[in-house]
Ligand binder design. Structure first.
Ligand SMILES: Cc1cc2nc3c(=O)[nH]c(=O)nc-3n(C[C@H](O)[C@H](O)[C@H](O)COP(=O)(O)OP(=O)(O)OC[C@H]3O[C@@H](n4cnc5c(N)ncnc54)[C@H](O)[C@@H]3O)c2cc1C
Length: 392
């Protein structure tokens, strides 16, 4: 729609926007931009969604994710997820129902209580539950010995493949261009009066011109950005998750479970998809258990059986691996680099690289759209700007 002042229409030139990467973050930004009829081209090196979003455990949460501003960012995004699901207008495999976890030692219980106190002081819905309450909620879990347990009722998980496929279908229907199997080799930059400006991206086949380039290439964002003088530190964090074939329901109440963090590896998270597949992740953000072999996956599944006897006999149907996109301090980079010349790169590159990108994608698409199309500056993104890495 053309905005008006009084009776005179104000015609704004539409910037040409190229989004590099069609994982869940790129798909969300493309979707929100296309709602505003923006001129968008999405370029993906592969089939959309086959990198981190494919291997992701896809738990939607803010648990507890300090510092406070990062917790709040995730929290806001959790609240946006239902709206995005509604917008997508189809079944994208969201399962709400909350997260359950327990501890087995006195120290573990004490840490859990501290963590709950912190989250409750931030107003996050999570509470301690008794062993009897846990058994009532999930009679199929073996939890002995149990020293403490919590339930976070607002958390859930999603089918990333379904979200990305649906979002990109709508994006194309609204006229955006989607180039798949097309790797961006680099960004093209023009320097005028000492100031660099990105003019497009270079693929094997063509130059794709752009007024603004959105970097949503996950783990590969760093390389593309570094090439034009916008380097940042990145944590090397390989991730892996396994899937079983569809199984009868394993949960009565909750959506996902963490096995005790005070037991030795593999510390696991597991969830059941709407089609019955069980997905298991072992490890932490800073590295998954068993990155290397199918034997690792089979070992993890055997370990899970100790807590969930109902999965006895299940096999490893799929074993997915990907590098997590994780800037050096573990926090997202969202937005343009500052334009005060304190970095060596162009300023019309919009960063959107993050871990917890599944939790955050719903919100990031909305706020990135405001910053890209309206030149807004969203204040709650200030802790997540590129420039925090300058001079580090
Ligand atoms: C094992 C694991 C578990 C996780 N668990 C959770 C979780 O429970 N909750 C949560 O919120 N987050 C979780 N994450 C993190 C989350 O999955 C990621 O933050 C999120 O998927 C990132 O999405 P993205 O779109 O930025 O990147 P990606 O999904 O990695 O997509 C990047 C896209 O860019 C494309 N690309 C790359 N280079 C180029 C290029 N040169 N040219 C063109 N295209 C390119 C790729 O093909 C890919 O499609 C997990 C990640 C892993 C690996």
């Amino acid at each position: 729609m053309t905005p008006t002042t009084g009776t005179t229409p104000v015609v704004r030139a539409q910037p040409k926007i190229v989004i590099v990467g069609a994982g869940i973050v790129g798909a969300s930004i493309a979707y929100n931009l296309s709602l505003r009829d923006a001129d968008v081209t999405v370029v993906d090196a592969s089939t959309p969604g086959m990198a981190a979003s494919h291997a992701s455990y896809a738990w939607i949460n803010a648990h507890p994710k300090p510092p406070r501003s990062y917790h709040d960012l995730n929290r806001r995004s959790m609240d946006v997820w239902s709206r995005w699901e509604r917008h997508l207008g189809g079944d994208v495999g969201i399962t709400w129902g909350g997260e359950l976890r327990w501890t087995t030692t006195g120290d573990g219980a004490s840490e859990m209580r501290d963590e709950v106190s912190l989250m409750q002081s931030w107003g996050y819905p999570v509470n301690l539950i008794t062993p009897d309450q846990l058994a009532e909620m999930e009679p199929g879990l073996v939890t002995d010995p149990i020293t403490a347990a919590t339930y976070a009722p607002t958390e859930g998980h999603v089918d990333t493949a379904a979200v990305i496929a649906r979002a990109l279908t709508l994006v194309r229907e609204r006229g955006a261009e989607l180039l798949t199997g097309t790797a961006v080799k680099g960004l093209t930059v023009e320097t005028q009066n000492g100031v660099g400006k990105v003019t497009g991206v270079e693929t094997e086949e063509a130059h794709v011109p752009a007024d603004i380039v959105v970097l949503a290439a996950g783990y590969s964002t760093r390389e593309l950005a570094a090439d034009v003088g916008l380097d940042f530190p990145q944590i090397e964090s390989p991730g892996a998750t396994l899937f079983t074939p569809p199984m009868p329901p394993i949960f009565k109440t909750v959506a996902c479970v963490h096995t005790p963090r005070d037991l030795p590896d593999p510390q696991m998270n597991f969830r059941q998809m709407p089609d019955g597949r069980v997905q298991v992740h072992g490890g932490t953000h800073f590295g998954s258990v068993g990155d290397n072999s199918v034997e690792d996956a089979e070992w993890m599944l055997a370990e899970l059986e100790k807590f969930v006897p109902a999965i006895a006999g299940a096999s490893v149907d799929e074993w997915r691996r990907a590098m997590r996109p994780m800037p050096g301090d573990g926090l997202p980079i969202i937005g343009y680099p500052d334009s005060d010349g304190s970095h060596n790169g162009p300023s019309n590159v919009y960063f959107s690289v993050m871990h917890s990108g599944v939790s955050l994608s719903a919100l990031v698409g909305e706020v990135a759209t405001l910053e890209i199309l309206d030149n807004a500056r969203v204040d709650f993104l200030e802790d997540f700007r590129y420039d925090r890495f300058l001079g580090v």
